[in-house]
Design a protein around this ligand. Structure first.
Ligand code: ADP
Ligand code: MG
Length: 150
């Protein structure tokens, strides 16, 4: 079932991430789809805060992945913006984060791996939440999400 939410400020999007932190468990993957400025990184900031992570979260655009410890579980934050498709993602060694069971993986630009969102239930053994974020007004974001797997 697809759930739809609207946030009216960056802070509200962070709060949503914080609430999600209470739902997640090791092995969860959260895939974020949405243009630049859609609020993906703000959602991740909230998620990190909700997990009790103190480190400042920034888009890992150049590093491709940031690992944050010190919280309830490790948070693996990927950004696929600069990659094209499954071959490059595997080439960069990032696919391991889709199958890890030790923490929570959150992926900005998940649509860079279209095969993955085609049938997520098949691709992941663990829980997958697919999230689509859209700017609907200057301070408003529509957030739709759907859960797959156990
Ligand atoms: P992305 O990672 O998707 O590129 P960011 O989270 O880095 O997006 O940035 C979102 C931008 O949009 C920030 O400048 C933020 O202040 C602004 N913004 C305005 N309204 C919202 C909202 N409701 N939720 C999240 N960000 C918002
Ligand atoms: Mg970002």
């Amino acid at each position: 079932m697809i759930q739809t939410l609207v946030t009216a400020s960056p802070g509200e999007t962070e709060k949503l991430g914080e609430r999600w932190a209470a739902e997640v468990a090791p092995g969860w993957i959260i895939g974020l789809q949405g243009d630049l400025g859609a609020g993906k990184t703000h959602l991740v900031k909230g998620l990190a805060r909700g997990l009790g992570i103190q480190t400042r979260v920034q888009s890992p655009t150049f590093a491709l992945v940031n690992e944050y410890g010190g919280g309830r579980w490790p948070l693996y934050h990927l950004d696929l913006y600069r990659l094209q498709g499954e071959r490059e993602i595997r080439g960069a060694g990032l696919d391991q984060y889709f199958y890890q069971r030790s923490g929570v993986t959150v992926v900005e630009w998940i649509d860079r791996w279209p095969e993955l969102i085609g049938d997520p239930a098949k691709k992941f053994a663990a829980h997958y939440r697919h999230v689509i974020m859209e700017q609907t007004a200057e301070l408003e974001r529509r957030i739709q999400y759907e859960d797959f797997g156990p």
